[in-house]
Design a protein around this ligand. Sequence first.
Ligand SMILES: Cc1cc2nc3c(=O)[nH]c(=O)nc-3n(C[C@H](O)[C@H](O)[C@H](O)COP(=O)(O)O)c2cc1C
Length: 393
Amino acid sequence: MKLTSSFCGLEYKNPIVVAAGVHGRDGATIKEVSASGVAGVCTKTIVSQPAVDVLPSFAKVSGGMLNSVFGSDKNAEYWFGEGIRQAKEGQARVIANLAGFTPDEAAGLAVKAEGAGADMIEVPTHCPHMGEILNAMFPGTNFPEPKLTDLEPMKQSVRLIKQAVKIPVIVKLSGTFSHIVREWAQGVKEAGADGIACSDALGPALSIDIKTGQPSLGGPRGVGGLTGPAIMPITLRMVLEIAASVDLPIIGVGGVSSAEDVVQYLMAGATLVGVCTAGHVNGIKRYSRIIVDLERLLEILGVESPADLRGLTLKKIGERREKNLQAVTEPVVPTVLVEACTGCGNCERVCVYGAAKVIDKIARIDPELCIGCGLCVSVCPEDALVQEYYRFR
Ligand SMILES: Cc1cc2nc3c(=O)[nH]c(=O)nc-3n(C[C@H](O)[C@H](O)[C@H](O)COP(=O)(O)O)c2cc1C
């Protein structure tokens, strides 16, 4: 099994990269994390002024976490002196995630990052809680949450950075671009970006400490960005839309915590897959786990490399369109694979139609009551329910 993946002309030893976050906070941490086997690690966003985070910065929420952090708390001098050099002593490619307050400043940072040895530049658009952080950093100001509908400043940054450096330059799209992701993908491609990462956190989002009534996070309004498994169905769809609209390589990011999640991003059209929250809350070993499991999973799926799966779902959707297939609207009753069913009862619990029942420790589906909604299939831990979804009219 070859996990090697080529991205923007660079070879990555597997498709897993650590997305910008606490594991990219300094050179020593990046070096340590790279020993987990990941193919690349992004730095935390390098900004000219070190960021000061509001505290508390993190809160675990159902399905993920909230964060109210901004860029790196190390200054640019650290990163371009010691930070990137130390990160490069590790076994992974180093992706310098950086942002300037102006396109010129971004280009200046990119030149220094390249000089320090970074393999690639990643330019983030914005996190959903940026207004919150700026208000905390500059008391007395009242920044609104950014509504980035104007593509021009980002296009200008990309143009200037591309003119200034030889290494690949990719743009990381915000999770708040859910409804305009195609427009942004086309815009950054026009500006000359070599690839796209998608996405950053979703939000602004809120969690409340019910003992005090206080927001869990420490900013002026206590809001932050939502990350982790809760966001994946949205970010996965965004990746598929990017793949459908531009022919740029993509790093799929958002909610990945298992090899199965990675495969979904590959099928949506990603070449590499970024992981952040899963490593943050479960530890560095989670990255190695995903890589080991991925190798096994690809074998089970009968493919020789991650590239064999790339864009599969996009093709399937294309086939539906070409054949002018209409949606399934007749019940397709799931079949129970008796030898696989353990009688756990998950299907019975979720079936609001009373069609699934466990009798004599085996699930039975009553075809008279089943409407073919598919929920039982998606909760079966043994894959013992099979439904022929694609019988279109
Ligand atoms: C604690 C934390 C810090 C982050 N810092 C950055 C950052 O500095 N720059 C950036 O582009 N994205 C940052 N992100 C966003 C992640 O890189 C990633 O896009 C997002 O968390 C979604 O992936 P996940 O669900 O795997 O966490 C951060 C996320 C978290 C949770």
